[in-house]
Design a protein around this ligand. Structure first.
Ligand SMILES: [Zn+2]
Length: 112
């Protein structure tokens, strides 16, 4: 399995029962998972907000941000309406990771 996926699963386990969040980045033509802090104030079990400092750090250090990764430790393994809206709004692909089955699903932003 690719290293970024292992890193994302490990991070998701570490963050339980809260949602993990991270950035999928391309650096030297390799995909990397960047751990970010979930700073959601309300219900971090069911939502995430990427710490803007982590985002800025990542943006400064990598060639390209290619995705946003998070987990649903308490919820269903599918994208919520909120996730889909954020994906479209941010115009970045979204990845959802499920460490217990080592599964990953992803969606692309929809162009309107
Ligand atoms: Zn979600």
């Amino acid at each position: 399995m690719e290293q970024w996926k292992l890193d994302a699963f490990n991070h998701a386990v570490k963050c339980q029962p809260f949602e993990c969040c991270g950035i999928l980045a391309k650096n030297d033509n390799k995909l990397e998972y960047w751990e970010c802090k979930n700073i959601a104030k309300d219900n971090p079990e069911y939502s995430f907000v990427i710490d803007p400092l982590d985002w800025a750090d990542c943006e400064d250090s990598v060639d390209q941000i290619v995705g946003i990764v998070h987990s649903h430790p308490e919820g269903e393994f599918k994208f919520s309406d909120n996730d889909i809206a954020s994906c479209n709004y941010l115009d970045v692909p979204f990845y959802l990771v499920e460490p217990s089955t080592q599964s990953i699903i992803h969606i692309e932003p929809q162009k309107i």
